[in-house]
Write a protein that binds this ligand. Structure first.
Ligand SMILES: C[S@@+](CC[C@H](N)C(=O)[O-])C[C@H]1O[C@@H](n2cnc3c(N)ncnc32)[C@H](O)[C@@H]1O
Length: 209
């Protein structure tokens, strides 16, 4: 399977209709977390099974992974987990999906594709326009979690989010994970790999003010 998908490809211009919260989850009133670039969704399965007072939504651009994840949700009759296929920008930019952003308590970007070459930077998932969309519709107090093992990408993402005056950084040591979408600080697959290989992790938490 191809590992890197060009998110700017025209294949992703058409997006699937994002169902209403009531169609996605057993209890649509639970707190909602969104993981962007969730790959096969294993991290979200781990979270959803343990934290039953949260709903988890994953967006992933590799269709096959989303199909398999959706099947697993159905087979496991998991009511607090849902996956959407497509380019997160196009999905969240759509007027019909604004309700998702408005209902979010938090979003995570875990180890997004780095797109090292400068001419490919526009393929990176965090872009100023995308952060503007989030900043316009997120509720005050909503959180963005960013993690990567690529310092250059971290600096780029940090600069992009910090340049938006609606977001402020929270120091990780002052952050109480217990009330968050990830109280047990579970790790994604990439994070486990990075830890096993003793690579650096660069991370930051932002709050909408
Ligand atoms: C390096 S993987 C990290 C996967 C997972 N978050 C982890 O930490 O193990 C990045 C994932 O983001 C997905 N992705 C990249 N750009 C995306 C976009 N614009 N919208 C949705 N998913 C995207 C990729 O297909 C890939 O599965």
């Amino acid at each position: 399977m191809r590992q890197h998908v060009n998110p700017l490809s025209r294949n992703f211009n058409e997006i699937e209709r994002v169902p209403f919260l009531i169609e996605m989850f057993g209890d649509p009133k639970l707190k909602l977390h969104l993981d962007i670039g969730c790959a096969s969704g294993e991290f979200l399965f781990d979270l959803a099974l343990v934290n039953t007072s949260w709903n988890y939504l994953g967006i992933e651009i590799r269709e096959k992974l989303v199909k398999t994840a959706k099947l697993k949700v159905r087979e496991g009759e998991i009511k607090n987990l849902y996956f959407v296929f497509g380019n997160a920008h196009n999905i969240l930019n759509d007027v019909n999906s604004q309700f998702i952003i408005k209902n979010l308590k938090s979003i995570s970007f875990n180890f997004p594709d780095p797109w090292f070459k400068k001419r490919h930077h526009k393929r990176r998932v965090i872009q100023p326009e995308f952060i503007n969309i989030l900043s316009n519709s997120l509720q005050k107090g909503a959180l963005i979690f960013v993690k990567t093992d690529v310092k250059d990408l971290f600096d780029y993402m940090d600069w992009t989010i910090s340049s938006n005056f609606n977001f402020k950084t929270i120091d990780k040591k002052d952050f109480n994970f217990i009330g968050s979408f990830n109280p047990n600080q579970l790790k994604t697959n990439r994070e486990k790999y990075v830890i096993d290989n003793q690579l650096n992790i660069f991370e930051r938490i932002y709050i909408k003010i």
